[in-house]
Design a protein around this ligand. Sequence first.
Ligand SMILES: NC(=O)c1ccc[n+]([C@@H]2O[C@H](COP(=O)([O-])OP(=O)(O)OC[C@H]3O[C@@H](n4cnc5c(N)ncnc54)[C@H](OP(=O)(O)O)[C@@H]3O)[C@@H](O)[C@H]2O)c1
Length: 252
Amino acid sequence: MTENSTHAAVVTGASTGIGEATVRQLRARGWTVYAVARRAGRLEALAAETGAVAVPTDITADDDVARLLATVEAGGGIDTLINISGGARGADTLAEAKTGDWEWMYQVNVVGTMKVTRAFLPMLRATRAGTVLNLTSVAALVSYEGGAGYNAAKAAQRAMTQALRLEEVANNLRVVEVLPGMVRTEEFSLRRLGDAGQADAVYAGVAKPLTADDVADVVAYAVTAPHHVNLDEIVIRPVAQAAAHKVVREGT
Ligand SMILES: NC(=O)c1ccc[n+]([C@@H]2O[C@H](COP(=O)([O-])OP(=O)(O)OC[C@H]3O[C@@H](n4cnc5c(N)ncnc54)[C@H](OP(=O)(O)O)[C@@H]3O)[C@@H](O)[C@H]2O)c1
């Protein structure tokens, strides 16, 4: 761990959105931060600006995860792993489900999160005060039409998070789950739906969807709380989204 920080984190999903905002928040608190995602250029720019360490990594690729672990070991290790990489592809009904979209969602949200977590568990256990934070979604709690693939992937990621908490409690590992509702990030809906018009429609009339910073604030709060305090499940939504099926849209 470098500088004066007593904490160091790997943050996945750091090239944009909630992950990028989380890197900024933790660097502002003086943490050593390893910024992880696939797009090296965006990570390098963030690293130059914030002093984070860019480690381009595909979290679904074993060799990449092994390289990430080696880089972090060489840098002095971490006590906190923040799994934010993830996302949705498609909004098809089950009848129209595209196998490739489902496989992508499982690979990134579930298998990728597992691979990174499995790799870092020995290091986190060794600190005797480690933290893993997984960014799932309210989509893990309530299913919606057109959401089956994302609902299933996020519910699986949530189930894995819950099992991890039980399995690692004897190692004093704190396991936090953050479940956001509607967050307006640059890429999430665009990547899910494939065009800007459909992406904009997700947020149409919603005066204040959550921002990446709103969620990153909560993530930073949870991992900087005293280690014996476990905010084990945090649901965060914009006020306008009272429930998955109840969103206030102005002008509608
Ligand atoms: N936005 C929302 O409304 C919302 C609500 C609830 C939960 N969430 C969840 O919050 C997380 C972040 O959301 P966001 O809105 O910030 O999403 P986003 O803008 O789409 O960012 C997704 C991040 O995941 C990374 N990623 C994708 N595939 C990867 C791979 N194979 N290896 C490494 N990194 C990979 C992307 O980086 P690269 O492309 O550079 O690899 C990117 O940094 C996701 O897990 C999402 O499911 C979002």
